[in-house]
Design a protein around this ligand. Structure first.
Ligand code: KG4
Ligand code: ZN
Length: 339
């Protein structure tokens, strides 16, 4: 089986073709970063318009590069939510129109399920049940994954997502967008003992996260320095990043104890963070756990994870009509077959 995947939920146009026997046979990504850079964040209307320009030519290119004829495709998977409504509508409209023209099913994929399944595109795949920590620009969620489409939400951010906090701190420090990789780069020059930032919501039980206070703490620390040098900023970037990672570590340890699952999947844009991976690799080695991440290029938004998740949904028998509808807000637990 061969599935075309289309990702247009935010500021990346992703188009990929996943083949059940041959794996990824096409994987194209166009980032709108340059378009939004001047505004310091994603401008939804500009994002939609750019997806309109890019998606069809990229589909054409993916078909050509993988020598795939339209009648060799078994389905078209597209991101149906959560995300920016206009951007989602572009992918949904194109997917449904091509599905009608080619007489194959269109399959709406949950963006976060796409992230969750991205590590399955690697040779070393996690086996259910496992814990999943999804850390992206829009979401921070801890899930217990019993099987494909059987997810229990154990905790989530009550305010900013982890990636969002990275982006906002980057802005404070005068760094570019998207901020995560920039903060991480600056943090490499930080002095480890210069500051110790709080680990939010770790002194009470539970698996929810809150990064908004940490962001304010970072802002106040910066404001208290009359003319911050590059070294001050690097120290702050490192203290912030360390606090985020350590908070995540504490919550993951709690989740391990709660569920007894032997494995953890960390996915979403922030899972590209090297310091975070180093921390979890250490835990895996000392505590005899298995930790899985997507390949670096599949941590942030991409079409490959949507094609892969779409194939899994197709194999599960998911069907939908040709009405074009998207879910800008869509709790992941609504995916459960019994929910
Ligand atoms: O998963 P993603 O591509 O988009 C959403 O679904 O939101 O995640 C993007 C987020 C951004 O907030 C970005 O700053 C963050 O992931 N990010 C990182 C790193 N690379 C991307 N955060 C920390 N360290 C990184 N290396
Ligand atoms: Zn994403």
């Amino acid at each position: 089986m061969r599935v075309l995947g289309i990702e247009t939920s935010c500021d990346e146009t992703g188009v990929a073709i996943y083949d059940q026997d041959h794996g990824l046979v096409a994987d194209l990504l166009y980032s709108q970063v340059e378009l939004h850079k001047a505004y310091g964040g994603v401008v939804p209307e500009l994002a939609s318009r750019d997806h309109i320009r890019k998606t069809l030519p990229m589909i054409q290119q993916a078909l050509t590069e993988s020598a795939t004829l339209a009648d060799q495709l078994d389905a078209i998977a597209y991101t149906a939510g959560p995300g920016l409504v206009g951007a989602l509508m572009v992918g949904a409209s194109i997917a449904k129109s091509l599905a009608l023209a080619w007489n194959i099913p269109a399959i709406g994929v949950h963006h976060m399920e796409g992230h969750l399944l991205a590590p399955m595109l690697s040779d070393n795949k996690p086996e259910y049940p496992f814990l999943a920590l999804l850390v992206s620009g829009g979401h921070t969620q801890m899930l217990s994954c019993e099987a494909l489409g059987q997810y229990t939400l154990l905790g989530e951010s009550v305010d900013d997502a982890a990636g969002e906090a990275f982006d906002k701190v980057a802005k404070m420090l005068g760094l570019g967008y998207p901020g995560g990789p920039e903060v991480a780069r600056l943090a490499e020059q930080g002095e480890p003992d210069a500051y110790r930032f709080p680990r939010p919501m770790t002194n009470r039980p539970g698996l929810d996260f809150s990064f908004s206070g940490l962001k304010t703490f970072t802002m106040n620390t910066l404001a208290n320095i009359s003319s911050p040098t590059l070294q001050d900023k690097a120290n702050i970037a490192l203290a912030f990043q360390t606090a985020v990672i350590d908070t995540i570590r504490i919550k993951c340890n709690r989740a391990f104890k709660l569920t007894n699952h032997p494995s953890l999947v960390i996915a979403g844009g922030v899972s590209a963070n090297i310091a975070l991976r180093q921390m979890f690799d250490r835990i895996a080695a000392t505590d005899n756990r298995n930790v899985y991440y997507p390949e670096f290029k599949l941590c942030t938004d991409n079409g490959a994870m949507i094609a892969y998740a779409g194939l899994q949904r197709l194999l599960m028998g998911q069907v939908e009509d040709l009405a074009i509808s998207v879910r800008p807000r869509w709790p992941m637990t609504e995916l459960n077959s019994d929910g």
